[in-house]
Design a protein around this ligand. Structure first.
Ligand SMILES: NC(=O)C1=CN([C@@H]2O[C@H](COP(=O)(O)OP(=O)(O)OC[C@H]3O[C@@H](n4cnc5c(N)ncnc54)[C@H](OP(=O)(O)O)[C@@H]3O)[C@@H](O)[C@H]2O)C=CC1
Ligand SMILES: O=C(O)C1=N[C@H](C(=O)O)C[C@H](O)C1
Length: 267
């Protein structure tokens, strides 16, 4: 049997980090070698398995960057991303980057890094979400020329703790739909006041923050007389955690480059 894939989890004490550690520990082909957090975290030194609710795994939460990881899986915050990218490059470690809400400069930094190391970058690691993105493009292609016109609106629902809006996934749905609609597509975030009539070349985004929702996206394709609503909803976070582990395995042995979940899932 080949040696297990050595992963480090960045943002290890977070909601996602804990699930990644739990699922990775249950997978014989993976070894968790590091659980990384910022140097002010009040749980530094705590066993990452205990935090994840699976019992001790002998990996303490630490702010030190590991030297023995094959892949870093990141679910953290935009402010933590620059260091993460730079450390992966300097340690020649592959990176699965799942954090959303990055600035344009950070995206540029990530693209530069992907010239040197293999990177999977996607706002959603979920199989169902990525498949729905492809379906949304097909629906758009079929309906964009219907008599009376097509209105596309994206409603996303997430837990009250989410820091960024709209979700990275909603923005990616919008970008992929706009690829089909055309270059003059406008992205409109919410509506208020005397907005006037809706224009035909816009995509509307609506971010709902409620309770503990782990992530739900509804793409409304509205026409005169009927509509389609494409809804994809997580019941828990394991669809994202499992997807990130699949991405980490897929990266093993790849050359430097920027990849996404469509590559991993062969879609
Ligand atoms: N692509 C995908 O499939 C998915 C992406 N996400 C994205 O992942 C990110 C994390 O989500 P979630 O787990 O819910 O968020 P959490 O806030 O629960 O977790 C983020 C973790 O990162 C820690 N952190 C903050 N700064 C640093 C740092 N400098 N170095 C290392 N760790 C740091 C936070 O610590 P502290 O609490 O002290 O700030 C926290 O433990 C979000 O951007 C979210 O949108 C989420 C789900 C799926
Ligand atoms: O913060 C979250 O929880 C999620 N964030 C991602 C996003 O912004 O798209 C993915 C998922 O919807 C959960």
């Amino acid at each position: 049997m080949s040696a297990p894939l050595r992963i480090a989890v960045h943002g290890a004490a977070g909601r996602m980090g804990r699930r990644v550690i739990a699922l990775a520990t249950a997978d014989k082909k993976i070894e968790v070698v590091a659980a990384i957090e910022h140097d002010q975290h009040n749980l530094l030194g705590t066993d990452a398995g205990e935090l994840a609710g699976i019992g001790a795994i002998d990996v303490p939460l630490s702010s030190k960057w590991p030297s023995d990881a094959d892949v870093v899986i990141d679910f953290s915050l935009p402010e933590a991303i620059d260091r993460c990218i730079d450390k992966c490059v300097s340690h020649n470690t592959s990176l699965v980057l799942a954090t959303t809400g990055m600035t344009d400069e950070q995206v540029e930094r990530l693209r530069d890094a992907a010239d040197k190391i293999p990177v999977v970058w996607a706002p959603s690691m979920s199989l169902a979400v990525n498949l729905s993105m492809k379906v949304a493009q097909q629906i758009t292609e079929k309906l964009m020329s219907v008599p009376g016109g097509l209105d596309v609106e994206i409603i996303e629902r997430h837990h009250r703790f989410k820091a960024d809006a709209p979700s990275g996934t909603a923005l990616k749905f919008g970008d992929m739909i706009a690829e089909k609609l055309g270059d003059d597509t406008k992205h409109v975030h919410g509506r208020e006041g005397h907005t006037g009539k809706r224009t035909q070349n816009e995509i509307g985004y609506h971010a709902v923050r409620v309770g503990d929702n782990p992530g739900e996206h509804t793409i409304v394709f509205g026409m005169l007389g009927e509509r389609i609503e494409l809804n994809v909803a997580a019941s828990n976070r394991d669809c994202y955690a499992g997807g990130s582990l699949a991405a980490a395995k897929w990266l093993s042995g790849r050359s430097a480059g920027m990849y996404d979940m469509f590559d991993v899932l062969e879609m």
